[in-house]
Write a protein that binds this ligand. Structure first.
Ligand code: OFO
Length: 172
């Protein structure tokens, strides 16, 4: 049985994952309306992934005798100056999510809730991957600079990243 404190903290994480999903959906839509097809596919896939992170928490809370709550969400930003700014925000957002997961791990440990602590290890590993991926993308964007040809190739290559990540996650 979850303590009220942990149930509350996990419910807060449900909201964060749902907001992440909405944020990336908004980024996908912005990219799609700016001719950035590859980037938009990548963002749609990210948005779907965040929804699965949220659902995993919903199931876990309910399985452990708590009540997963679906709450109101903060509206995401709907437009960006540049795609670079968009990816900078994605990276910052992932760091924020990692901090939030770390805090949850800390709470579960201090309450000796080892089942939750164990459950959260999946998120810890996932955040390492997501932060690394966002950083890699930003490094590539910085390499491209203002080169239009570079952007064209980047938009094409990022689709491959989406496919690779879907394949490797599907086989986990
Ligand atoms: Fe839920 O992993 Fe990104 O935020």
């Amino acid at each position: 049985m979850l303590s009220k404190n942990i149930e509350h903290a996990l419910n807060n994480q449900i909201r964060i994952e749902a907001e992440s999903s909405q944020t990336y959906l908004s980024m996908a839509s912005w990219a799609e309306t700016h001719g950035l097809e590859g980037i938009s596919k990548f963002m749609y896939a990210q948005s779907d992934e965040e929804r699965t992170h949220m659902l995993k928490l919903v199931k876990y809370i309910n399985e452990r005798g708590g009540h997963a709550r679906v709450s109101e969400l903060k509206a995401p930003k709907t437009s960006y100056e540049t795609f670079k700014e968009m990816f900078e925000e994605l990276y910052k957002h992932e760091i924020f999510v990692s901090d939030s997961i770390n805090e949850l791990v800390h709470i579960s440990f201090s309450e000796k809730d080892y089942a939750t602590h164990n459950f959260l290890q999946w998120y810890v590993a996932e955040q390492i991957e997501e932060e690394a991926q966002a950083k890699l993308i930003l490094d590539k964007i910085n390499l491209i600079g203002d080169d239009k040809g570079g952007l064209y190739l980047f938009d094409r290559d990022i689709q491959q990243l989406t496919l690779n990540s879907a394949t490797s996650k599907g086989s986990k």
